[in-house]
Design a protein around this ligand. Structure first.
Ligand SMILES: *Cc1c(COP(=O)(O)O)cnc(C)c1O
Length: 375
């Protein structure tokens, strides 16, 4: 059996390698490394894929979140509500801009921010909400948008793990993750469902005024070259990365399908195991399984990880420490017990190998070993 990897970028590259290498060579030959035609083509292609008016490329997913926040012209000390159970980027960018992150705990079954908890966290200083569609499944966006509308809040979606997932409103209206709120952000970090060959990111919006501002902010605050309208940053999507993304975007739906098929196999093999809680899916969102994350019912999670390792099965903990308890955010004054669901999850979740190249033999081996251990 081929060695099992957490993510198999090598196997994925093998299948599209020649096309990718040709595209890279074309950029090198043109020397249009910054803002080359492939960047604009990719922005257009992604905009039609997502069915959104504007896509603006940037250097990475964290910058996308930062630029999104910058475009709102918030004042220092104003509050932004986000989840404590995620990668650090949302809280990090809020803090970097002198704003105050306010956490709302997550739902124990979907791992996503809880709308009711958002509502409770609103104060007169709240300006925005940053929901994160964790592991590939959308947050309860209908409720979140309702709360935002009622309270005059801007919604910035972190869709870094959910690019290509659909969300269906109760009236049947369907849209893709990242284009439901005012601004959506994503990352093209190599291991994401749509990954490039280095760092990359993008913002999406249907609001033309915001799009113009975002474009300017990500390019030194310039509208015309060498005339700065506002203090911006330098965050652009490289032409080489855009050329690669143009090729990989065509495969995104089939990549997401491969992940979903692997997840369905896992679900099925674990369904009779009482010690495993498989990831809950819910009707309004499809799940594109950036991660396949289990909860261990009672078993020692860290011991299980070591056992899997000894059987040559990699696994990962996303995330071992919730953001509010990270050393870097100590000065915000949170303590253990403030967000009990996030804290409990950080002790019990474990993510199994999930990528587009998992074969039947590998999947069967993984599920057999997990079931042997947790029986
Ligand atoms: C990957 C990721 C980011 C950050 O993206 P980078 O491109 O690495 O900056 C932000 N939020 C979430 C949820 C992510 O998974």
């Amino acid at each position: 059996m081929q060695k099992i990897k957490m993510v198999d970028l090598e196997g994925q590259h093998e299948k599209i390698g020649r096309e990718i290498e040709e595209a890279i060579k074309k950029v090198i030959d043109s020397t249009a490394f910054i803002k080359g035609p492939e960047v604009y083509a990719f922005q257009d292609n992604l905009a039609s894929y997502l069915d959104v008016k504007h896509v603006i490329g940037c250097a990475n997913g964290t910058d996308a979140l930062q630029v999104a926040l910058m475009s709102l012209d918030l004042n220092p000390g104003e509050e932004v509500i986000t989840t404590p159970f995620t990668f650090v980027s949302t809280a990090e960018t809020i803090c970097l801009l002198g704003l105050k992150p306010v956490f709302a705990d997550v739902d124990p079954n979907t791992f996503n921010i809880c709308p009711e908890k958002i509502e409770k966290a609103i104060t007169p200083k709240t300006r925005a909400v940053m929901p994160v569609h964790l592991y590939g499944q959308c947050c309860d966006m209908e409720k979140i948008m309702d709360i935002a509308d009622k309270n005059g809040l801007i919604v910035i979606e972190d869709a870094a793990q959910a690019l290509g997932a659909h969300y269906t409103n109760s009236n049947g209206f369907k849209s893709k993750a990242g284009v439901i709120g005012d601004i959506g952000c994503t990352s093209f970090f190599p291991t994401k469902n749509l990954g490039c060959y280095g760092d990359g990111g993008a913002l999406f919006t249907n609001n033309s005024k915001l799009a113009e501002k975002i474009t300017m902010l990500a390019n030194h605050g310039m509208k015309a070259k060498y005339y700065q309208e506002t203090v911006g940053i330098n965050s652009r999507l490289d032409t080489i990365q855009a050329a690669i993304l143009n090729i990989k975007l065509k495969h995104l739906d089939s990549y997401n399908l491969r992940r979903r098929e692997a997840a369905e196999f896992y679900d099925n093999e674990f369904k009779n195991n009482k010690k495993i809680i498989t990831p809950q899916r819910y009707e309004q969102s499809d799940h594109i399984f950036h991660q396949y994350t289990l909860k261990t019912g009672g078993a020692d999670r860290d011991e299980m990880k070591r056992y899997l390792e000894s059987e040559n099965i990699p696994s990962m903990i996303y995330y071992p420490v919730p953001v509010h308890l990270q050393k870097a955010y100590k000065k915000l004054g949170f303590t253990e017990g403030d967000f009990p669901v996030a804290e409990q999850l950080s002790k019990t979740v474990i993510s199994l190998p999930m990528h587009t190249e998992l074969n039947q033999e590998q999947l069967s081996y993984i599920t057999t070993k997990v079931n042997e251990y947790l029986n």
